[in-house]
Design a protein. Structure first.
Length: 454
């Protein structure tokens, strides 16, 4: 534990939904739900307006629609979210060299390591300044927790939501933690929480009073000792600037089970392309290709193939995933497919030579990439024969005459677009087009905040 609250935890408020509201003036102040829109989709993020209806992350989308049928339901736009996340992480990097990202919208910062804070007053000033900078650069809000440890800083940021700052003064940890429920502590999930409840422990104070020996008896040596330390407010974990990426993967759940073997292979190829795109964006290559298949009966099969050298070649990953698919029986139907790459290493020129040499030594056997085969294009949106997938709800479009807008919905050969931009003063007009209108095309997201003039 530190004597000063110089560990900061930032958590952006309802990040995906807030970014969509910032990008779409007509949705500001209204319930917005972001996630998979098919029958098997789940909620990724719900705006605070949508949460009033009882909608929350990981809820089935069908249930969310029943709770709030008039909310705006949008497909995630990760290109936009990553761009905003990079802006936020750059601001954090200005405060300290020790920034530990947990996700696109969440990170720890060691303010002491960057000389940004040394006591409560300077830590609070730095936290408030960060919140102002985030709003100015991104147009979004974030909640900040400040404390002497990572655990307490994260708890503080949760208390600060939405759009606030909470500072836990060192020395007050047990007093502040005591009344909180046991689920507040990291690692206490529903099962452990219920086990502790049956033992008469519902608050953090109950855990601290029970003592380490009793907690070890209830939940085991490692977990019990850790619980007691956390209940006492102790957490000595450092802020780690870089976390090793162990794998890169993508997966899709389908609205209707896939039975056509050709369609299944097409989807695997498409997932392989997306996986390689992420692999290259992270600056890695990998040796092991993994295929995940969830069948109609929810049984999940995983197969992997380790190459002779690391690769980030889409053709190599495609072919390896295809070979893995051939070893699996999918005749009953497939509800989910996933492709991943593990055994990652930093991308180097030698990787290409290692793969080529391995192929040559194998005499054409094993992994073979034919250089004359053209790579499949990587479109801005997945090209699908179904109109609804070609025009995902919420995604950006541009019309030759009407300019920038976003998809409100599509179906029956028509797509409805609202023409407005993040900087629009009033909600834009709505127009409907044929899905094959040559003047309408998907486009890149616009900045949420207008660039500052020099």
């Amino acid at each position: 534990m530190r004597p000063a609250p110089t560990i900061l935890h930032l958590d952006m408020d309802a990040f995906f939904a807030a970014a969509e509201q910032a990008a779409k003036p007509s949705l500001r102040g209204k319930p917005v739900v972001v996630g998979g829109l098919g029958p098997r989709g789940v909620v990724s993020t719900a705006s605070y307006e949508a949460r009033r209806f009882g909608i929350h992350s990981a809820m089935p989308m069908a249930q969310a629609r029943r709770l709030a049928p008039n909310a705006a339901y949008l497909v995630p736009r990760f290109t936009l979210y990553r761009t905003v996340s990079e802006q936020v992480m750059e601001l954090l990097g200005q405060l300290s060299p020790l920034v530990e990202p947990l996700s696109l919208d969440e990170a720890f910062v060691d303010l002491e390591a960057g000389g940004s804070a040394f006591d409560s007053a300077s830590a609070r000033a730095t936290g408030e300044g960060l919140r102002r900078d985030i709003r100015a650069v991104t147009g979004l809000t974030g909640s900040v927790g400040l404390a002497g440890s990572k655990m307490l800083a994260k708890i503080a940021s949760e208390q600060a939501k939405p759009d606030g700052l909470v500072l836990m003064e060192p020395g007050t940890e047990r007093e502040l933690l005591g009344p909180m429920g046991v689920r507040t502590l990291p690692g206490v999930g529903p099962a452990t929480g219920e086990h502790l409840r049956r033992a008469g422990m519902t608050t953090v104070a109950d855990l601290a009073e029970a003592g380490e020996d009793e907690l070890v008896r209830l939940v085991g040596k490692a977990h019990g000792a850790s619980l007691y330390r956390m209940a006492s407010g102790h957490d000595d974990r450092p802020v780690v600037a870089e976390r090793e990426t162990k794998s890169v993967s993508v997966e899709d759940t389908f609205d209707v089970d896939l039975h056509d073997r050709v369609r299944v292979r097409t989807e695997v190829d498409r997932l392989a392309e997306r996986c390689v795109r992420r692999l290259r964006e992270s600056g890695h290559s990998g040796r092991t290709i993994v295929l995940k298949v969830r069948r109609y009966d929810f049984s999940t099969l995983t197969r992997s193939e380790t190459l002779r050298g690391p690769t980030d070649d889409p053709g190599v990953v495609r072919e390896a995933a295809g070979r893995l698919l051939e070893s699996l029986d999918t005749t009953g139907g497939v509800r989910l497919l996933g492709v991943g790459v593990t055994g990652l290493t930093d991308y180097t020129q030698e990787d290409l030579f290692a793969q080529a040499a391995a192929d040559a030594d194998a005499g054409g056997a094993g992994v073979v990439h034919e250089p004359d085969e053209p790579e499949a294009p990587l479109p801005q949106a997945d090209a699908e024969p179904v109109a609804e997938r070609h025009w995902p709800a919420g995604h950006d479009v541009r019309h030759a005459e009407f300019g920038a807008g976003w998809v409100q919905g599509s179906g029956v050969g028509r797509v409805t677009v609202r023409f407005e931009e993040p900087t629009s003063v009033v909600p834009g007009r709505v127009r409907t087009f044929r899905t094959d209108d040559p003047d309408l095309a998907l486009s890149e997201p616009l900045p949420l905040v207008a660039p500052r003039s020099l």
